[in-house]
Design a protein around this ligand. Structure first.
Ligand code: MG
Length: 379
């Protein structure tokens, strides 16, 4: 089976806010679906965390390398794309776009062999995974209402992030947000806190992060995410050693080679690559194993799309310590684009699809609605 062509669809019209200081608008395209068509009937789907324009430009560069390639060899084909682009866009748009192709090729391999991707990655350690509802912080009052409604929907794990946290110069406000959240949710649920240090010109430093980490222990916080500028590796290493709560990060990095020095130095308790950005499933699986072998674990960054979440679930099935996935709450790109929405079970967990490939079917109407028409699914 050979790769015939790729199609793309940038998602727009309901883009959720990202918390970035240069905030997203609903029509901004930051997530782009990719379909890989083959010379047989099968199509695989991937997702890329970047704009449609950048994905189209990257695919133009990559097209001569993947056209006619074996559609059932994801890791080799992705590595071929990496190896031939040392000089163009490596780590940026090229790597982002390779993520979409890689995910689609794993989907194709699963569909061709009748197996879920997790089994093809080596086997399923689990059949279900705990999704944590991820939402932006707000002032304590409205945030509590939002959290309670998500708990009523069945979520049993949560993460609050960005918003005013660490941005108003007020430790009191930071603590009030976390305290109110814990009181609203109760003690039994998992709660993580995300400072969002990958925001532009993040102004907090190591001492703020260390001080805040002590505050967070009072509220049983599961991990403290992106508490520092992502590039401040030595501060991460020191913070991980000295903070009483687990330290996480890595959502903006791409390529396994960028993660390795952080993981070897012990910068994270929890590393959070984004499968739609990092280079796809092939890359994220290797990052996860490097993490496990260096005393950390991988919990995927999932502020992306239904295809990204499906890839995360398959990865979680195939890794011993990945028992959580991020679930961007209230995004139609997660909830509406696959036919048959995700359903939490009575324990607030998501079953990991056993169907071939990623185990999801895209809903043509929803794809059309959120991609301004286009030909992603036209065959
Ligand atoms: Mg984050």
């Amino acid at each position: 089976m050979k790769i015939r062509e790729t199609r793309v669809a940038g998602l727009r019209g309901a883009t959720p806010e990202g918390g970035w200081s240069n905030e997203l608008k609903p029509d901004d395209i930051v997530h782009t679906l990719v379909a890989v068509y083959t010379d047989e009937d099968l199509v695989g789907y991937g997702s890329v965390f970047t704009s449609e324009d950048l994905v189209r430009a990257a695919l133009k560069v990559l097209e001569p390398l993947y056209t006619g390639e074996n559609a059932l060899e994801p890791e080799r084909v992705s590595e071929k794309l990496h190896q031939n682009t040392f000089w163009q866009g490596r780590g940026g748009a090229i790597t982002h776009a390779i993520s979409g192709i890689d995910i689609a090729l794993w989907d194709l391999l699963g569909k061709a062999t009748g197996q879920p991707v997790g089994r093809l990655l080596g086997g399923r350690y689990r059949e279900r995974v705990l999704p944590y509802a991820s939402l932006l912080m707000d002032e304590p009052g409205p945030l509590s209402e939002h959290l309670i409604s998500l708990k009523e929907q069945g979520f049993r794990a949560f993460k609050i992030g960005w918003g005013p946290f660490g941005r108003r110069g007020s430790d009191k406000l930071d603590e009030a947000i976390v305290k109110t959240t814990r009181e609203a949710l109760g003690d039994e649920v998992l709660l993580a806190v995300d400072a969002g240090g990958s925001d532009a010109f993040w102004s907090q430093d190591y001492k703020w992060a260390l001080r805040t980490s002590y505050m967070l222990t009072h509220y049983g916080v599961a991990w403290f995410e992106e508490p520092l500028d992502p590039d401040a590796m030595e501060d991460h290493v020191a913070l991980r050693r000295n903070a009483p709560v687990p330290i996480s990060g890595g959502e903006v990095f791409t390529r396994r080679q960028s993660f390795e020095p952080y993981l070897k130095a012990g910068a994270f308790d929890v590393v959070q690559p984004d499968v739609t950005k990092v280079g796809g499933i092939s890359e994220e699986r290797r990052i996860a194993w490097t993490a496990e072998e260096n005393g950390a674990r991988m919990i995927p960054h999932g502020w992306n799309t239904v295809v990204g979440l499906a890839a995360d679930l398959q990865l979680a099935s195939a890794l011993p310590k990945t028992d959580l996935v991020e679930y961007k709450a209230g995004s139609p790109y997660i909830d509406e684009i696959a036919a048959g929405a995700w359903e939490l079970d009575e324990d607030g967990m998501l079953p990991i699809p056993e169907e071939p490939g990623l185990g999801i079917e895209l809903d043509p109407d929803a794809v059309t609605r959120y991609s301004g028409g286009g030909n992603l699914l036209d065959g």
